[in-house]
Design a protein around this ligand. Sequence first.
Ligand SMILES: NC(=O)c1ccc[n+]([C@@H]2O[C@H](COP(=O)([O-])OP(=O)(O)OC[C@H]3O[C@@H](n4cnc5c(N)ncnc54)[C@H](OP(=O)(O)O)[C@@H]3O)[C@@H](O)[C@H]2O)c1
Length: 257
Amino acid sequence: MDLTGHTILITGGSAGIGLAFARKFVELGNVVIVTGRRQSKLDECKAANPKLHCIQSDVAKTSDIVALAERVKREFPKLDVLMNNAGTYHNLNLTVPAKNLDTLMDEISTNLTGTICTTSAFVDILTANKGTILNVSSGLAYAPLASAPIYSATKAAVHSYTVSLRFQLQDAGVRVVELLPPTVRTDLTADLPEGGDVKIITTDVLVDATIKALKAGSLEICVGQSAQLMWMSRIAPGFINGQLYKGSKSQIPAAGK
Ligand SMILES: NC(=O)c1ccc[n+]([C@@H]2O[C@H](COP(=O)([O-])OP(=O)(O)OC[C@H]3O[C@@H](n4cnc5c(N)ncnc54)[C@H](OP(=O)(O)O)[C@@H]3O)[C@@H](O)[C@H]2O)c1
């Protein structure tokens, strides 16, 4: 895939992985639009990266997605890349009733429903422009981290959805790519200590590896330890699931927290 001259929308592009890709895509000569919920974060982004187009929008709200799609199609008719990146992560204790059942839906609304609804709202313009959809899942799509059970389930679901989407769009000339990052140091992983079996990479390492893979035409981009999770989930699923549980046990919040 040629990585210059595109118009790219990145959901959740005001921080972390999304922002790192946004900067790189601008540097490579693309028009880049980023979204996020917090206007303050978007303002910071714009001040530091004046070429970025920043729009406040929440992927967990269908009314926001509809408004975003109308605006982007009007203001950026050449849009040809959608990166579904917005995501949220919680460690949860499943052994007691949740204090608020709505909070249990948080990751599903953002990571899964957000990806599905955003894709649907933009599929017409992406088809017209023979574009690309880049869904960000996770290495945890292959093997769940028991401390983050709903997060892991959403990423497995995004993986499955992406496979179906790729088949359905192949005749329309829309490329569907999945990026499965390993653990990356961002706000989302701020509490995760260094060391142990989990190798935490930087956003720069992730972006460089992904750009290389995109240029080579890869459709499923497994970076670093995500590739190990993929192979282990095929060769010895019980073993790898158990290892991830052991490694994440200390992150499960105490009952009632
Ligand atoms: N970091 C990792 O180790 C890792 C590993 C594998 C996969 N991933 C995936 O990579 C993606 C990015 O993660 P990250 O580590 O960069 O997270 P991050 O540093 O927490 O950044 C998340 C970004 O998404 C935005 N966002 C969150 N909820 C949103 C919503 N409902 N609507 C719109 N924007 C929203 C945030 O801005 P606002 O809060 O202002 O909305 C922020 O810009 C996620 O899908 C995550 O699951 C991350």
